[in-house]
Write a protein that binds this ligand. Sequence first.
Ligand code: FAD
Length: 663
Amino acid sequence: MSFNKTEVHADAVIIGMGASSCLLLLAMDRRGWLRGKRVVVIEPLLQQLPQKTFCFWSSDKDSIQRDLKEIISDSWSHCEVMRGQSLSMSPYQYHGVESSVLWQHTRSVGNNNGVVFIEGLVDAIDEEGDKKKVHTAIDIFCSDYIFDSRPPSFASNDAGFYHIHQSFVGWFVRPKTAHFISDTFRLMDFEIPQNGQCQFMYVLPFLDGRILVEFTRFGKQKIEQQEAQEMLEAYIGEHFGDVEMVASEHGCIPMSNARLELSGPKLTIPIGTRAGLLKPSSGYAFRKMYDHAERCLDELEKECPKAFVSETSTGPKSASRFAWYDQLLLHILSHDPQQGKGIFQTLFSKVALPDTFQFLDEKTSIWQEMKIFSRLPKIPFLRAAWAGCSYSKMFHPLSLLILSSVLVVMGYSTFMQNIFGYSLLALGMVAIGMPHGAVDHLLDGGNGLKSRAIFIGQYLMLMCMMGVLWYFVPALSLFFFIVFSGWHFGSGDGYVWGLKSSLSWLWGCSVLLYLFTTHSVETTSILSQMNISFEVSSHYSWILFPWLLLALFKRNLAWMFTIAMLWVSSFLPLVFAFGLYFVGQHSWVGWQYLKLKLNKNSMQIWWNAFPFHLGAWLLLGATFFFHMELSSWSEYSAWGLFFIFLSCVSFPHVWMTHRSFAK
Ligand SMILES: Cc1cc2nc3c(=O)[nH]c(=O)nc-3n(C[C@H](O)[C@H](O)[C@H](O)COP(=O)(O)OP(=O)(O)OC[C@H]3O[C@@H](n4cnc5c(N)ncnc54)[C@H](O)[C@@H]3O)c2cc1C
């Protein structure tokens, strides 16, 4: 209980004593920040930190080489990727730091400066007034600066984000026959069985005669212990003969461009992996963590904790082109891992090594990057780029804009436009238009037979109520239809674009008004078939203009494309304009929501919806059949009836969807 705990004030609290914390403490020492300060480090594994070998590349000019001179155990000047081709890395060198050396050195630097190392786990971090508190089982530490290196979790559901693993098992061996010394290390030896994966051997020959041979895989499937043993035995036997086993290391580094989910209040400064410093496409982080520690010290010296914390506490904001390149490679490695071998071998054989390292450091110019990509296999990257585009929020509205423009170019109500437009509309209605509203039972219905029956009963009752309302008071029904559809359409778009609910509702109503008033003649005609005599005015077609200004202000390209699509579709017959928005925009957004919410793919949802949308189609057929019996057939009476039918089936759907949304 917290009232038994001692409250200790510290100038800085560092959570965890992994690589990033060590690099931060060393930077604090170098910059003289530790003098006269009380710094507390909290780490649960203080006595048994895991064995890792951290490597990084740098040139003579880089300060990292100078600053970490004391702990660099080995350096290599040549690198091999294609067997037998040892390439000079000049002006770079590859350096190795043993984790045990890093920790011992940091401990002794810390001890000399009065840093307190506590073995324990951080349970919680909170704020009381202006005081930020770090809770452990025994004490509470208060500080303005809380550096947090606890491993983050990655968001799992975002489209366009990939989460694979860099798994590896490494053996430190010593050849029995000869002392193997080389200033060449093997970064990636792909000449091992790929078995449908992207896997390679990483070989580091140390000065003391040990060799680290590491079997590494980039992919969804992690390496199994047994297969690692077989691979390593075969490789070591072939390359180094009889060996003595010295030690081993294994690990799994997340290769992910997914959002980091930093739980709890945003009171800390993330460092290391938690700060997004692990490069998703390579798994390297050491160099970035060193640079980040330097930047943290720049901020510490400014002595402005509030600005520092609020700037960094939400985690990384990287959306650079390098993040996009990482995304492309992650897409390839997740979907087609066998391509990895060709891509990496081409990268290292066709691009000069210094350029490659500069590229991996994210320090190249666009021109250099174009040259690098021009040498890599094109097809996998083009496929990945296409997949990436299709995940982008603006891709869909842009496609709709293009589609509406193509329809306009075909000419108003021409044979071509009708064939193309009606076919697409029918396809869209069958694929998602009707089905997106036919799985409400999965969202909100309960599982038992009884609750399913009640749910269907409620559904049919709401539909009937709407039908009865249309029969007796068509004008009120129309008003009601516009208001609830505006609410429903608006919340779908607002969900994607992050709008407040009142604004979303206004937007949804504006879209409907725009569609109807820009087709005033057709709408008036359809209304008359609904027994509503009302002359629809075309004076409200400006209604989207304020929304365009807002979309511009918010720099929301997806929204701008939607507005442009609506404007273009005002040159199309009403049925196509409405269909483009209803199927292309609204139903599609609903479909994505369903995929996420139900955790099912499109096919599964479609089949789950099948009995219900089949029912809806049959009901529509029956309605038309009886209507034709009663009245003479005309185009507009058919559309009038269709809209009435749509409002009847959509009313319970709107009701149920919003109940699920609210939950
Ligand atoms: C085996 C291995 C080899 C690697 N080799 C390289 C390499 O050669 N080059 C490179 O650039 N990158 C390498 N990496 C990647 C990266 O540099 C490392 O993962 C690095 O350790 C990340 O540093 P970190 O401080 O973010 O995390 P960690 O080093 O994992 O430190 C996090 C610390 O937080 C502690 N902790 C967790 N929960 C709590 C809690 N509740 N309270 C307090 N403390 C907590 C953990 O015990 C841990 O010590 C390697 C990774 C691994 C796993």
